[in-house]
Write a protein that binds this ligand. Structure first.
Ligand SMILES: [Zn+2]
Length: 198
């Protein structure tokens, strides 16, 4: 089953479930999205389904509902442009034209503040679990749509731009599968070590 998306001039994907987050701001003058950052998230950790991710991004999460929320998420203001759920369903929280708050302190080959020039995509998942085929299908189609709208020239994991601080999307994320699905050249994956022993 093939999936196709389009990003409109306002930075929204009409086919996504739109759940606007208040956690965004304008990109700095002249900044355009050139980097796609892939993350994983699950709330509570390692539990899938439910509405906690959306609630976190919309500042409506009840931090009394789980000890992890209480200890880690109280007062936290974060967002990503997109979340891809386990069934491949796509939700959008912030216009791609705006700066979402997904990467935190980060460095892309010497360039800091990656939120300024990136689009953040969260896969519902964890560092201990394989992602679903439906998630790769949606991700591949979304990356293609983003590349059609913006001068995207690289993809990275959160762990690549915040090493030592972040581990997502984790060891189960298949970068080569994403590369195959998107038919993007090696140069788009600057952190990927390409095997010379195919
Ligand atoms: Zn992350």
């Amino acid at each position: 089953m093939s999936v196709e998306f389009a990003v409109d001039a306002d930075g929204w994907v009409a086919a996504a479930r739109q759940l606007p987050s208040p956690n965004f701001e304008a990109r700095p003058a002249g900044a355009v999205p050139t980097l796609i950052v892939v993350h994983n998230i699950s709330l509570p950790p390692d539990e899938f389904g439910g509405t906690a991710i959306a609630e976190l991004f919309q500042n409506t999460l009840d931090c009394d509902a789980h000890p992890y929320y209480d200890s880690h998420l109280r007062g936290v203001r974060v967002s990503a442009h997109f979340v891809i759920h386990r069934d491949g369903a796509l939700a959008q929280f912030v216009s791609c034209n705006a700066r979402a708050w997904h990467a935190g302190p980060s460095n892309f080959f010497g360039r800091e503040r990656c939120n300024d020039f990136s689009i953040g995509i969260e896969l519902e998942g964890s560092d201990t679990t394989a992602f679903e085929a439906a998630q790769y299908r949606t991700l591949g189609a979304l990356v293609s749509a983003l590349k059609a709208r913006y001068p995207v020239d690289a993809l990275a994991g959160h762990s690549d731009i915040a090493p030592g601080r972040k581990t997502d999307p984790g060891p189960h994320f298949e970068w080569q599968r994403l590369q195959k699905d998107t038919a993007l050249a090696d140069q788009y994956f600057p952190y990927l070590k390409f095997s010379k022993t195919l």
